[in-house]
Design a protein around this ligand. Structure first.
Ligand code: AGP
Length: 601
């Protein structure tokens, strides 16, 4: 949820840390802070609000040092404020800590320390780590950290500095992402790769219950028993530019526009690249059930693929929110394939769902965008979307890539189960391979969408409807709009409307109707007429529009087989949401109250 970073090296740590925090701000933007080893000890500047506020504060109070830690916050315990911002400093100023995650037993630990006279200044759970370190520190910071982590419950990625060790950073990982970057001028700790890409693409992926001692000229890893751990230094395929806006007004628009390439790369990897090998290894005959579990948009990708799997493979497919899946007595066994979909690969609920599925003997297949992430490493098999770094909180390109992989998986399973002939499977795969160009066609002319979006800024509530697979993509259209425009919206199965919700339809209510599903065009047109007759205005996405007038507007889609139309309609829905939010002048890449990777429960 939060973003942590640290640097120890020969260069100015402040500039490097602030730049890295810019690349982590999508993880949380309630406050930001930095601490460096200065001439007189720890020098700390921290500030409620965006990173830009911290930069302004640093301009007035410049810091200098060659090692430091930084943090950008998504508040869980303690409101966004200066005092609750990280880094947290120990009561005797010998330890500084930044934390991402939740210390679940912080109350008990805090009460114990307070009973020993140790003062706390914040309402956060994280400060307990700094005060515990201060309490146990007696000259050996590693010994201290081991005592502390063996008393913590919950999830954490920690960056720790000790006053007596200005040339070292301690980093600890448990159930939250942490990478160690290695460069020619110094070394890094960070929550995510984009934070270090400007300096290096050589990283170590920390594992759970691992401690890294990071110095300017070396990195050592230990387990919680202080035994050394050997780790491979890995090379990240991403480059610094991929984490830049490249002239676009927002990362979201850039990432929407990247979809043709992302789709091409992802589809090619599944047809003839690394993903193909994974798909070929899957023993479809072993499974009598597929359960897809995920959160947010990744869940919506699962819902779309349910219709594809059922239609092509004749298999039962359940799609479940990971936050429910992990606590439900789901009937799972070794004949179940559990597919975990996640852009970040670090979503806490999806990680827990993965562990629950594995504990019941299910085979687990992950569809993930981030190499080295917990879900990528934890699942039995992993397919990677080739979306590159996705910075905007509202996912777009990763979602589209997830759909493409799920389609190809369904075609593969249908072939292996004899539901599709070799020829039919080839035909389906070529229809999927045609999607990138069709998406490029939509992106080549967004005027109609921009014009319509401008007329939507005043709405307080917008309904999305669809039938069959269009209903599934309506879920994603509604989520995208809510996330970034703050307009309330809900998605409904078109046929359900008249069973209650239609009572909410009144003059000038806006209904967005997804009509890509040719077989049911007559049905969705009925629903459209039903809401128009109650005063609604309708924007129809896809399908031949029987008429266009002040009540019914239409945005056409390129011709495409029904099963794969979600890959086209979603691009229109992404652009609609983007331009509505842009017309409202909102912070599209960092919507309020959200974060890109939800690493806490
Ligand atoms: C989508 O735009 C949101 N960022 C959010 O719903 C997201 O899909 C969800 O948090 C799951 O994230 P993941 O794909 O990284 O697991």
């Amino acid at each position: 949820m939060c973003g942590i970073i640290g640097y120890v090296g020969t260069r100015d740590a402040v500039a490097i840390i602030v730049d890295g925090l810019k690349k982590l701000e999508y993880r949380g933007y309630d406050s930001a802070g930095i601490a460096v080893h200065g001439a007189g000890g720890f020098e700390v500047v921290k500030q409620k609000g965006r990173l830009s506020a911290l930069e302004a504060r640093l301009a007035d109070n410049p810091l200098a040092g060659h090692s430091g830690i930084g943090h950008t916050r998504w508040a869980t315990h303690g409101e966004p404020s200066d005092i609750n911002s990280h880094p947290h400093i120990g009561s005797r100023n010998r330890v500084a800590v930044v934390h991402n995650g939740i210390i679940e037993n912080y109350k008990q630990l805090k009460e114990r320390l307070e009973s020993k006279g140790i003062p706390f200044v914040s309402q956060t759970d994280s400060e307990v780590v700094a005060q515990l370190c201060e309490y146990y520190y007696s000259g050996d910071i590693m010994d201290t950290v081991i005592k502390v982590v063996n008393r913590l419950e919950g999830s954490y990625a920690l960056g720790i500095m000790c006053l007596d060790e200005p040339d070292a950073l301690i980093a600890v990982k448990k159930d939250n992402p942490l990478i160690i970057g290695v460069s020619g001028h110094g070394n890094f700790i960070a929550s995510d790769v984009p934070a270090v890409l400007r300096h290096t693409n050589a990283v170590y992926y920390s594992d759970d219950k691992e401690i890294a001692v990071v110095k300017k000229d070396g990195v050592q890893f230990f387990n919680f028993d202080r035994e050394p751990v050997a780790k491979p230094l890995e090379t990240v395929a991403w480059n610094a530019d991929s984490a830049e806006k490249s002239g676009y007004a927002h990362f979201m628009l850039k990432e929407i526009m990247e979809q043709p390439k992302v789709l091409r790369d992802t589809i090619n990897s599944a047809l003839s690249g690394d993903n193909r090998a994974v798909i070929d290894r899957l023993d479809a005959a072993r499974f009598n059930r597929v359960a897809i579990t995920a959160c947010g948009s990744a869940y919506n990708a699962g819902v779309v693929s349910k219709y594809v799997f059922e239609r092509l493979c004749g298999m039962t497919v359940e799609v479940e929110f990971a936050s429910e899946f992990r606590y439900r007595e789901t009937i799972i066994d070794d004949k179940t394939l559990v597919i975990l979909v996640s852009q970040s690969g670090e979503t806490a609920d999806t990680i827990a769902a993965m562990r629950a599925a594995k504990s019941k003997g299910a085979a687990t297949l992950a569809i993930v965008n981030v190499v080295g992430s917990a879900i990528a490493k934890g699942a039995d098999e992993c397919l990677f979307t080739a979306a590159g770094p996705e910075i905007a909180v509202a996912t777009t390109k990763a979602f589209s890539a997830q759909l493409a992989l799920l389609y190809i998986l369904a075609v593969r399973f249908a072939r292996l189960r004899g539901r599709l002939s070799e020829e039919e499977a080839r035909e389906k795969l070529s229809e999927i391979a045609a999607l990138p160009d069709q998406v490029a066609g939509i992106l080549g002319n967004t005027f109609g969408i921009q014009k319509y979006a401008a007329s939507c800024v005043g709405y307080k509530s917008i309904f999305f409807i669809g039938r069959n697979i269009d209903y599934a993509i309506a879920l994603e259209g509604s989520l995208k709009l809510k996330e970034i425009s703050y307009i309330h919206s809900e998605a409904y199965a078109g046929g359900e409307l008249k069973h209650g919700t239609i009572s909410l339809i009144e003059d000038n209510t806006l209904v967005v109707a997804i009509a890509g599903c040719g077989r049911l065009h007559g049905k969705i047109m009925n629903n459209i007429e039903q809401v128009i007759s109650r005063g609604a205005k309708v924007l129809m996405v896809g399908g031949p529009a029987a008429r266009e007038d002040e009540k019914l507007s239409a945005l056409a889609l390129p011709d495409c087989p029904e099963l794969f139309t979600p890959s086209l309609s979603v691009v229109v829905l992404q652009l609609l949401a983007y331009y509505v939010a842009a017309n409202k002048g909102l912070d599209i890449d960092k919507p309020r109250n959200l974060a890109k990777s939800v690493t806490v429960e």
